[in-house]
Write a protein of this length. Structure first.
Length: 389
């Protein structure tokens, strides 16, 4: 069973590989500062993913060893058009954020879970192993250099995009012998456009069993780039039907798995009249082990106010519960959006209305506020890690 503990076991490199490769070392980093710094965008003009900071981190693996890492000015880099990362999707990535606190410290949110997940995905794609703790030290150095790019507000953050690609310049399906691990960053506002004084905007989902995101025995539980491109066509169909995201169903019993690129949660009243927060289990192999997902589970279990269950919820069970007024809230969660309330699901031509926003989304808002307080240092918590630690 995939758990937080098994993910964290991936941090250090596999012992079998230690003798055969020179490990990634933060002490070897070569830093070249940008001679001219770019102007920073105004907070009100931030568009998610459009702006990039002054520097980037590059770590190359060649001839069985990691070369000295580099922090250098952000810019294009040259790669052979024959690299297997382009032809066979041998690549993975992560999404993280850095937040500025009231005392102007900069903090990361549970970064080792992201590093562990990237190492697990890299192993699945036969990309070379690396020391997660050394990589995190390098990432902190990069953010220290560009700390002025971290927005000084709770409504925005610095998005961090580690990416790992095969750079083997050869046409042929085989495990890579060369690779590049790099990190770019940039300031971001809310993932979904806000209007007025909205805390966050609710979304509508399209649920259509004709489309499948992941399957048992596949790589749906890994953050591989190849998982995302096939969903874009379905997203266009959802948009044409008036929906913002796709609710991915699986199997003959129409299991509810993920919402767009988010983990999916339902807060409901079970048949015994007990409140229950439900999300799909990781052991199915269909679900990405999201850091925000794990945090929602950890927080709500610590509260101890209602039952928290990792189980497969099917579309027929959801519809029956909705018809009997037992659905309280539905939301998705992830690094980019944090918590996104869901107010409607389009299924077989009918809108299933969810009372998330009608009830004021109390659970979604509480989770949003508590997570934000931890991330921005308002609440002292072990999940919030200073870039200077």
């Amino acid at each position: 069973m995939l758990t937080q503990r098994t993910l964290l076991r991936c941090i250090k490199p596999c012992m079998s590989q230690c003798a055969s490769l020179s490990q990634l070392q933060s002490k070897d980093v070569v830093i070249t500062k940008a001679p001219v710094l770019k102007p920073k965008p105004k907070l009100e003009e931030l568009v998610f993913g459009k702006n990039f900071s002054d520097h980037m981190l590059i770590c190359d693996f060649k001839e069985g060893k990691w070369l000295p890492p580099q922090i250098l000015p952000f810019g294009d880099f040259s790669l052979s058009p024959g690299i297997t990362g382009l032809h066979y999707a041998i690549q993975c990535f992560e999404g993280m954020k850095a937040y500025k606190t009231a005392d102007r410290d900069v903090r990361l949110f549970r970064p080792m879970l992201n590093v562990a997940r990237m190492k697990r995905t890299a192993a699945k794609l036969t990309l070379p192993d690396f020391d997660g703790e050394e990589f995190l030290k390098l990432l902190k150095q990069l953010i220290q250099l560009d700390s002025d790019w971290v927005p000084d507000t709770n409504s925005a953050s610095l998005y961090i995009r580690p990416t790992f690609i095969s750079t083997d310049p050869v046409i042929g399906v085989r495990p890579p012998t060369e690779a590049r691990l790099f990190v770019i960053t940039g300031p971001v506002g809310p993932y979904y456009e806000q209007t007025g004084t909205e805390l966050f905007k609710s979304v509508k989902l399209m649920a259509d069993p004709e489309f499948v995101r992941a399957w048992r025995g596949g790589i749906g539980a890994y953050k591989a780039g190849g998982n995302y491109a096939p969903t874009l066509h379905v997203q266009k169909i959802a948009s044409a039907r008036g929906c913002q995201q796709v609710l991915w169903l699986y199997g003959d019993d129409l299991q509810m798995t993920e919402a767009g690129t988010m983990n999916f949660f339902v807060f409901m009243v079970d048949e015994n009249g007990e409140k229950e927060l439900v999300t799909a289990p990781l052991e199915s192999g269909l679900i990405l082990p999201g850091v925000t997902r794990q945090s929602v589970l950890d927080l709500t279990r610590k509260w101890g106010e209602f039952k928290v269950t990792e189980r497969m919820l099917t579309m027929p069970e959801f519809i029956e519960s909705a018809n009997n007024n037992r659905i309280l809230e539905v939301f998705g969660c992830g690094t980019a959006c944090m918590v996104a309330p869901i107010d409607s699901i389009l299924f077989e031509g009918n809108d299933i209305n969810v009372p998330t926003m009608d009830c004021g989304a109390p659970l979604s808002k509480r989770l949003f506020h508590e997570l934000t307080a931890i991330q921005t240092g308002v609440v002292d918590h072990e999940w919030s890690v200073s870039i200077h630690s």
